[in-house]
Design a protein around this ligand. Structure first.
Ligand SMILES: Nc1ncnc2c1ncn2[C@@H]1O[C@H](COP(=O)(O)OP(=O)(O)O)[C@@H](O)[C@H]1O
Ligand SMILES: O=P(O)(O)OC[C@H]1O[C@](O)(COP(=O)(O)O)[C@@H](O)[C@@H]1O
Length: 374
């Protein structure tokens, strides 16, 4: 693996007037996508590029004839960082790499900026392998194959195309990077949910606030948000196995907290405790495994509980049901409030710290597309 430092080069390969640059954002949303898009466009304009387009809705925008590419300029992107989301839209799934490269050829795209996570970069790598000649420009700070193998591996279509990847993950789980953009904002936003859970729990008799945060395989958001809040008693993350029941189980500790403090707040990352849930073989459009839904278990529990209590349990989640059930069984009243701010923490505008990070990333990506041969 080789990691290339991004940023401007002394010599550049492309003539600006010959460049048609395209930007695509794939996977899930993340605060700061618009900031990065904005700075790529601004940087490309500084280099003199006149043809810059956005590909709508991720890789899907390459195949769906209904989706037209969006002309981008400094004027268009001037204020996009003031709102969350992606100006271009995002999606999972989409066309084959061969189709993507066909469309790139048809449209004359010779510089492609890809913003996304693991899957997106697997796609970017595949595009790179499909298009490139010896001029092989891949990766801002992600993976790149050793240069000696490029001419052998990357000459399928022998096109002069630069592919630049900007790593994006709200989960902040890329080992090579201290911090990924959007993470800081997500953690900050998560504080609101935790604080609400605390207020609710604290204001109820034997109140328990449960907050579920993003994190399929890593609990950085949950852990950082918990540490920052100072209001969380139990933080459950995928990296650390735990028991629900038993002398060292979460429920027993909650009982202790109710008896000693009168209330408690639990912050759980979505990937934590998956082993307690029924497994499904479902996959999302990108082929990512959909975590065991609580469906069957929930239905069974809800049916039983509905009969006993006249409460609308339809939207009650598994964590909540388990907690309520436990305290009902042990005869201790508990008032459990469940908050799921999952999409609220990623649909927001980037905060100041992420804004700066995105500025640096966007500028360096915009400048990196020009580099001469590796
Ligand atoms: N191995 C792969 N090869 C080519 N494209 C891929 C691969 N894995 C995912 N993709 C594409 O990358 C895009 C984003 O992938 P996804 O896993 O949803 O998000 P993320 O990039 O955040 O991990 C999707 O359009 C998907 O089809
Ligand atoms: O509901 P969606 O759109 O599939 O996204 C949810 C997933 O995105 C993630 O936040 C990861 O996304 P990124 O790492 O690509 O930012 C997971 O933790 C979560 O399971």
């Amino acid at each position: 693996m080789r990691v290339h430092r991004a940023g401007p080069r002394e010599e550049i390969y492309f003539r600006p007037e010959e460049v048609k640059a395209a930007i695509v954002t794939c996977g899930g949303l993340c605060p700061g996508l618009n900031d990065v898009i904005r700075h790529i466009v601004i940087t490309l304009e500084i280099y003199g590029v006149k043809k810059i387009v956005g590909i709508p809705f991720g890789y899907r925008g390459f195949s769906d004839k209904e989706l037209k590419e969006m002309p981008l300029s400094r004027k268009v992107v001037q204020n996009i960082h003031l709102s969350g989301g992606s100006l271009l839209g995002v999606s999972r799934g989409g066309p084959s790499v061969s189709d993507i490269v066909d469309r790139m050829e048809e449209r004359g795209v010779n510089m492609l900026f890809v913003l996304g996570g693991n899957g997106t970069h697997a796609g970017a790598n595949a595009i790179h392998n499909e298009v490139s000649i010896k001029l092989t420009l891949f990766s801002l700070i992600v993976l790149s194959p050793p240069s000696s193998s490029l001419s052998d591996r990357c000459c399928k279509r022998r096109l002069r195309v630069a592919v630049v990847g900007v790593p994006k993950t709200i989960d902040n789980d890329i080992l090579l990077m201290d911090k990924t953009f959007g993470f800081d904002t997500a953690v900050e936003e998560a504080q609101r949910a935790i604080n609400s859970a605390y207020i609710e729990a604290h204001s109820a008799y034997h109140g328990i606030g449960v907050v579920k945060l993003m994190g399929r395989s890593s609990g950085f958001i949950a852990m950082h948000a918990s540490l920052a809040s100072g209001q969380v008693d139990i933080c459950l993350i995928p990296e650390v196995p735990f028991n629900l029941h038993g002398p060292h189980g979460v429920l027993r500790h909650l009982k202790y907290l109710l008896e000693t403090k009168g209330s408690a707040v639990v912050c759980v990352a979505e990937g934590a405790g998956q082993e307690f849930l029924p497994k499904t073989n479902a996959k999302d459009a990108s082929g990512n495994i959909v975590f065991g839904d609580i469906g069957v278990h929930l239905q069974q529990e809800v049916t039983r509980l509905l009969a006993e209590r006249k409460i609308n349990w339809i939207n009650v989640r598994w964590e909540l049901v388990q907690t309520k059930k436990y305290f009902r069984e042990i005869g201790i009243p508990a008032d459990v409030k469940y908050i799921d701010p999952t999409y609220m923490i990623r649909a927001v505008r980037a905060n100041a710290s992420d804004g700066i990070l995105c500025t640096v990333l966007g500028q360096n990506a915009g400048a990196f597309g020009w580099r001469d041969r590796i």
